[in-house]
Design a protein around this ligand. Structure first.
Ligand SMILES: Nc1ncnc2c1ncn2[C@@H]1O[C@H](COP(=O)(O)OP(=O)(O)OP(=O)(O)O)[C@@H](O)[C@H]1O
Length: 358
C-alpha cells in the first residue's frame, strides 16, 4: 500500500446549486510532496482543498486518503489538518494553549506529554520558549507560526494551507515562504498549498496544479510548468511570455520576425501542419550590444519601450518586417550601454526556448 499515492482524487464534481465549481478533477498527490493548487480567484482551489479536508461534500467522485476511501468521512476523522488564511488564533489564550487546543480532549496523553508535544511543535516553527506568552501580543508572522504549530502538533499526514501567507507584508511573506519549505523538508509530511500567486507557487512547490474554472489545466513540476506550459493560458498565468504567430510545414517551423528552425529544435507538444503560435520567455532572448558578435539566431528591430526595474530593464523590441513587439528582460550590468527608445536592436534568441502551442 505504501506505493499508492497518499491522496487520490477521482472524477470529482462539485455543484453549488446550479454553479459547477469542480469539473472532473483527477489528481494524485504523493507522500512528502509540497503540492500547490494555483489559479485565479474563483477557479475552485479552495473548494478542492475543503473537499480534501472533508469540510465540503462532493456531488460526484471519490477521495482516497492513505489508501482509505474517505469521500463521506468527517474532517476530524481524516489524516488531514488545515491552516487558514485568517489563522484565527485565540487572543485570550497563551501561545501554548493555542497550540495545544486540539490536544485538550486527548485522554491518552498526560499533561506533561502534551506540554512536550507543544514545545516540540513550537520549536519546529522557530518559537521555542514562547508557550507562556500571550497570543494577542504576537506579530502577524508569529501568529501564522502559532497557527502552523497548532496544526503540526496533531501530526497530520497532510497539512492543507489555504493562502496562509496572504495577510503578511511582502518581506515577511518571502521570509515565511522559505521557512515553510524548510519546515516541510524537516517534518516530511505532505503540504498542499492554495495560492493565486504564481511566484509563490514556483518558489515553494515540488509540483503545481494550475486550475481554471473548476478544472485542472496542467500538473507539472515548477520548472517544467514555467519552461513548458501546455497552453497559452497557462503560459500567460505563469509569468510573462511573448507570443508570435508561426507556421509549421513538415519538420520546419517558421516564425516571421525571428526566422525558420527545425521543429525538433523547439519545445512542442503534438503538432500538425498549419498556422500556430510560439512563445518565449523575456529572459531567454538577449539584446546584443555594440561589439557583441552575432550568433546563429539573431532578429533585428528597434526599441519601442524601455522599463527600468532596478536589477533589470525590460526592453520592448518591435521586430522588423512584422507587427510584433517582444519583451526582453536584461540584467542591469554596470557599465553596459542603455539602448534608447527608437534605437536599432539586435536580438539573439534560442530555438530551444521556443514553445509551440496548438
Ligand atoms: N458555499 C458556496 N455556495 C455557493 N457558491 C460557492 C460556495 N463556495 C464557493 N462558491 C463558488 O465557487 C467558486 C469557486 O470558489 P473557491 O473559493 O473554490 O475559489 P478559489 O479558486 O479558491 O478563489 P479565491 O482565491 O477567490 O478564494 C466561486 O465562484 C465561488 O463563488
Amino acid at each position: 500500500m505504501t506505493d499508492a499515492p497518499l491522496i487520490r482524487l477521482r472524477g470529482l464534481q462539485k455543484y453549488y446549486g446550479d454553479y459547477h465549481a469542480l469539473r472532473g478533477i483527477d489528481l494524485d498527490i504523493e507522500r512528502g510532496e509540497f503540492f500547490s493548487l494555483l489559479g485565479p480567484s474563483g477557479c475552485g482551489k479552495t473548494t478542492l482543498l475543503r473537499v480534501i479536508a472533508g469540510f465540503e461534500d462532493v456531488s460526484e467522485g471519490t477521495v482516497v486518503l492513505a489508501g482509505e476511501e474517505m469521500t463521506r468521512v468527517a474532517p476530524n476523522k481524516r489524516p488531514t489538518n488545515m491552516v487558514f488564511q485568517s489563522y484565527a488564533i485565540f487572543p485570550h489564550l497563551s501561545v501554548g494553549q493555542n497550540v495545544g487546543f486540539g490536544l485538550r480532549k486527548r485522554r491518552d496523553l498526560t499533561a506533561d506529554a502534551k506540554d512536550g508535544l507543544i514545545a516540540e511543535a513550537l520549536a519546529m516553527v522557530g518559537l521555542d520558549g514562547y508557550a507562556d506568552r500571550a497570543a494577542h501580543a504576537l506579530s502577524g508572522g508569529q501568529r501564522q507560526r502559532v497557527a502552523l504549530a497548532r496544526a503540526l502538533v496533531l501530526k497530520p499526514k497532510v497539512l492543507l494551507l489555504d493562502e496562509p501567507l496572504s495577510a503578511l507584508d511582502k518581506k515577511m511573506r518571502e521570509h515565511m515562504q522559505v521557512e515553510l519549505i524548510r519546515l516541510q523538508r524537516q517534518v516530511g509530511i505532505t503540504f498542499i498549498l492554495v495560492t493565486h500567486d504564481q511566484e509563490e507557487a514556483l518558489v515553494m512547490s515540488d509540483r503545481i496544479a494550475v486550475m481554471f474554472e473548476g478544472g485542472v489545466a496542467q500538473i507539472a513540476e515548477a520548472e517544467d510548468l514555467y519552461r513548458r506550459p501546455n497552453s497559452r493560458r497557462v503560459a500567460e498565468f505563469i509569468g510573462t511570455m511573448n507570443f508570435l504567430p508561426a507556421t509549421v510545414t513538415g519538420d520546419r517551423v517558421s516564425v516571421p520576425g525571428l526566422g525558420e528552425v527545425p521543429l525538433a529544435a523547439v519545445q512542442a507538444t503534438a503538432t500538425t501542419d498549419g498556422e500556430t503560435v510560439v512563445g518565449f520567455r523575456p529572459e531567454t532572448a538577449t539584446l546584443l550590444f555594440d561589439g557583441q558578435a552575432d550568433t546563429d539566431h539573431v532578429a533585428s528591430g528597434h526599441v519601442a519601450e524601455v522599463v527600468y526595474y532596478g536589477d533589470m530593464t525590460y526592453y520592448d523590441v518591435a521586430l522588423s518586417g512584422t507587427e510584433a513587439t517582444v519583451r526582453l528582460s536584461m540584467r542591469n550590468v554596470f557599465g553596459r550601454p542603455v539602448l534608447e527608445i527608437g534605437a536599432a536592436a539586435r536580438v539573439a534568441w534560442s530555438p530551444g526556448a521556443l514553445v509551440l502551442f496548438r
